[in-house]
Design a protein around this ligand. Sequence first.
Ligand code: WT7
Length: 640
Amino acid sequence: MPDNPTTKHARIRSLEEYHEAYRRSVETPEQFWAEVAEPFTWRRKWTKVLDSDMAAGRNEWFQGARLNITENCLDRHLATRANKLAIIYEPNDPKTRHLRLTYRELHQEVCKFANVLHNNGVEKGDRVCIYMPMIPQLAIAVLACARIGAIHSVIFAGFSATAIADRVNDAQATVVLTADGLNRGAKQIPVKRVVDEALETCPSVRRVIVVEHLGWPVQMKEGRDVWYHEEAEDVPKTCPAEEMDAEDPLFILYTSGSTGKPKGVVHSTAGYMVWADYTFRNVFQIEENDIYWCTADIGWVTGHSYLLYGPLLAGSTSLMFEGIPTYPDAGRFWEVIDKHSVSIFYTAPTAIRSLMAAPLDNVLSYSLDSLRVLGSVGEPINEEAWYWYYQHVGKERCPVVDTWWQTETGGIMISAMAGITPSKPTHAGLPMPGVQPVLLTQEGKEIEGNNEEGYLAIKHSWPGIIRTTYGDHERAVQTYFAPYKGYYFTGDGARRDENGLYRIIGRVDDVINVSGHRFGTAEIENAINQNQNVVESAVVGYPHDVKGQGIYAYVICSPEAANKDKAHIEASIIETIVAEIGKIAKPDKIQIVSGLPKTRSGKIMRRILRKVAEGEISSLGDTTTLLDPAVVDEIIEGRK
Ligand code: WT7
């Protein structure tokens, strides 16, 4: 392999090297990360590697450094990789031609888009919301923002108008980038129309730039909306990169927490860049000629770090897929792997489980010879799915990396490095260099030794750590840094096995993980409570064969709704949730109840609701402290 300028110091190639790197990252973190950061393109080097006060949620990496991340993703590669493919775009419909962009072409397209943004008044520090299908222009738009120092905030194109408006308003975005429509399997969705509806309540937005994708007629609002292709007609193919401070925000990405409102997780430039690149190359053990495919949407953090930034920083070829795993049939993923000779494949357990349900022929009829490494992300992978993936996709030849991390961590925290550190089914494994996981008791005492279980927290800062929650630093402190002083609190429970490998058990807070998407139960309850029939609701997660967790909603209706048809009320509640959040938050089960199990102080006992939803009615525990124990019997009776 030709020497990759970024691999000089930082590529781990054996278990010994891993242990050595890990030791140095703990003993002399600043020296360790300075070496890792050295080969990037810096306009100016840092004066201090790390300035961190975990208790205050203040973390600054590479202080004083100046750079632009797109110079590292694009310009830096032009000398040696100008004609190498940067992006392969595989469209929703296999009969539509795919598209390939070399590093030179991507550089040009990003510069053009950046010039269009400039011409439309976007400046450094402005927030730009992006609501687009998984097409190359989405990747280009994100990088174009970074090129001119605008803060991008991508909103997954499945969110509803209300959810868009919440995010746009919170970010106070001035510009929104979108497309006429999107393909999702056999369906087409008019995204511009959703944006139009959202923007009725978003006074900060003065410009909407629309990319033509489906060729659909859309309404263009005079003075606000412009077509990208018209704006891009005469713009230059180069655009100087804005010089950014290491700690200038790169992006905001909204994610759910245990409280009602999604929060804007902010990542900054230099630390995120170093972290995305380092974890990408080491976890997947990237080689120069790999064709790498991450199936995540750029609307989620996985798409940010491991479809876009990580691969481009490493000079890799990244495949971008517009469609879904089951269209036109359950063989699509495997067809795409064979078609483009994909060597590294990174997907979510929910996708694997949905494909396991299809006849095995769907996968056995493809060769999959090109595959070398398999990855999993987003939720715990159960043993059955792990083995199916390992046997039928990887043919027992490809190591599986089960990567644990979060929107807030910027990149992978605990995972095997393919073929280097141990890969054990249902275990994420050992921490990345720089990551110091601990298990805490509820009171915050560190649990020593192996074969132990506790709250997963991280001691010491790492380059990709969340910098703040947009517009409300106190919220970041309260959520992540105050629960256990001196630690970053993950919200997950974990177990350390006899060899020190970590296994993620699941959330210990009121967050549920549905098909790898995070929702706060309070967020879904807030949505349900908007429905005119509803007085109160309580939402819990329960085990679901394909989604990992399903959404179970207990709902108390108003007296006026008492004589309405139950099916009608349920349909209306679903409609409300789809309007408030989006289809991805649709409950799997709704049970109309006359009361909820509450303590005398009025607190809902979710433990009981979870047990009922799980079907574990024989182990409800103590219900005598309830205000009205009889509601439990009614709930069990009417269980769905
Ligand atoms: C939560 C973070 C990581 C990017 C995609 C999701 C769960 C994530 C794993 C894994 C078990 C996992 C955790 C975490 N999770 N990866 N490999 N094994 N659980 O990012 O939306 O920020 O969600 O997803 O519960 O806290 P996210």
